[in-house]
Design a protein around this ligand. Structure first.
Ligand code: NAP
Length: 260
């Protein structure tokens, strides 16, 4: 399907690996020029080379921590008000027990997974509204629909972002700008490897047993791929998705047992 976004320009945050890279790959396949970002310069260059060689799009890189003011400013400066698509993403907070988390842990999680996307959204919206076209996709988590006990910091921050998007998306839809959230279940990335390791350490089983247990709890009996995730992101950024506003799309192989 032609997504109708060839030649558009996107920022994809936290995108040298994992779900962010999946989104960058699918947008590049649709012909979108990219600004990609991560903290590790080598991994980011590797991702840029891959994207350019596979899809011949223009790719610029910004090595920065997107959760900092400086990182956000550097990425936005690169865009120079010439932007059509924003995909927000950052690393997820560490797992733990309710009693582990201090005020500063909550502030860090809120900064990374709620206030960073909100800041970026607020900065790019005027440009998109002026153009009369824009697509914003936030990578959140299935934990918004089905909270994961060990991820209390993530549950809290992402629920806050989801509330903000619910209202804001409806305030800007009339200008041709859509904002939606993608809720990953379990996808095969480094983040999930480290969560499987944490489960193994906590329960005295091997990481491969932890993975098997997690996989078996998913109706699809497998982890999702970054390609599947990225394809959904690219669709939300397409011309065809212009009437999808303020939605939370679950990609979880059926793991969350809900009708709606
Ligand atoms: P991942 O495989 O660990 O990849 C994270 C990517 O983000 C890397 O490119 C990393 O590069 C970059 N990154 C991390 N923190 C950053 C920061 N502060 N500034 C800039 N770049 C940063 O993680 P993932 O699995 O793709 O997860 C992405 C997000 O989705 C996380 O918030 C995670 O909690 C959430 N999520 C994932 C799943 C899943 O199944 N994978 C499920 C639910 C929610 P550098 O380290 O070099 O910066």
């Amino acid at each position: 399907m032609d997504l109708g976004i060839k030649g558009k320009r996107a920022i994809v945050c936290a995108s040298s690996k994992g779900l962010g890279l999946g989104c960058a790959l699918s947008l590049a396949e649709a012909g979108v020029d990219l600004i990609i970002n991560s903290r590790n310069a080598q991994n980011l260059e590797n991702a840029a080379s891959l994207l350019k060689s596979m899809y011949q799009v223009h790719v610029e890189t910004v090595v920065a921590d997107i959760t900092t003011k400086e990182g956000q400013e550097a990425v936005l400066k690169k865009a120079e008000n010439n932007l059509d698509i924003l995909v927000t993403n950052a690393g997820g907070p560490p797992p733990g027990l309710w009693s582990d988390w201090s005020r500063s842990d909550f502030i860090s999680a809120l900064d990374a997974n709620m206030l960073t996307p909100i800041t970026l959204i607020k900065e790019v919206l005027p440009v998109m509204i002026e153009k009369g076209w824009g697509r914003i996709v936030n990578i959140t988590s299935q934990s918004v629909k089905a909270p994961i006990p060990a991820l209390g910091l993530s549950n809290s921050a992402r629920a806050g972002l989801t509330g903000y998007v619910a209202g804001t998306s409806r305030q800007v839809a009339e200008f041709g700008v859509t904002i939606n959230n993608l809720q990953p279940g379990v996808h095969d990335t480094d983040r999930i490897k480290s969560l499987d390791l944490h489960t193994a350490e906590q329960t005295g089983i091997t990481p491969s047993q932890a993975k098997l247990n997690r996989r078996n709890a998913i109706p699809a009996k497998r982890y999702g791929t970054i390609q599947e995730f990225g394809a959904t992101c690219a669709f939300l950024c397409s011309q065809q998705a212009g009437f999808i506003v303020g939605q939370n799309i679950l990609l979880d192989g059926g793991a969350v047992n809900l009708t709606m």
